[in-house]
Ligand binder design. Structure first.
Ligand SMILES: [Zn+2]
Length: 160
């Protein structure tokens, strides 16, 4: 059948009282949340079904992205923070990995393009990077591509 909208779309439309998958920073992962408040069609506040905490609605993707914004750099540059290997990854890294894993599940690794600076990739394209492994191109522009790897977002030179 063609030209038919998926009916599931209406059923999954967010509404107060309904469940939504969201990032819980307290639990440090994506969990089922109950929608508490909405503005228009946008979910603004949710309550975690696991820890019962009420907080702003955030997706794992948003958490992962926030971590790659330069202004939010809060890791101290002191030597003490680098002395021991962390037992657990920061939540931003875990969020990025989750988004990466979900994206990878829908992509064909056999079609990954080997990364080279001369490459001019498109948004959504799968790359194979020597150091970082598989990465999904998020945005492209100005000689650089923002790519999501298992360890987080990286800026890669393109079209050189
Ligand atoms: Zn929670």
């Amino acid at each position: 059948m063609t030209g038919i909208h998926r009916l599931a779309r209406d059923a999954t439309q967010p509404a107060v009282g309904r469940d939504v998958e969201a990032w819980c920073s307290k639990c440090g992962r994506v969990l089922e949340h109950i929608i508490v408040a909405m503005v228009g069609l946008e979910v603004v506040q949710v309550r975690c079904r696991t820890c019962s905490g009420t907080h702003k609605y955030k997706t794992a993707r948003e958490v992962a992205k926030a971590a790659s914004e330069p202004k939010r750099e809060r890791a101290p540059k002191s030597a003490t923070s680098r002395s021991a290997a962390p037992k657990e990854d920061p939540i931003e890294v875990r969020a990025a990995r989750l988004v990466w894993q979900r994206s990878m599940a829908q992509l064909d690794r056999a079609k990954a393009a080997p990364y080279a600076p001369a490459l001019q990739p498109e948004s959504g394209q799968l790359l194979d990077h020597k150091t970082f492994g598989y990465g999904i191109v998020e945005t492209v522009g100005d000689g650089k591509a923002r790519v999501l790897f298992e360890t987080g977002y990286k800026l890669l030179a393109i079209g050189r």
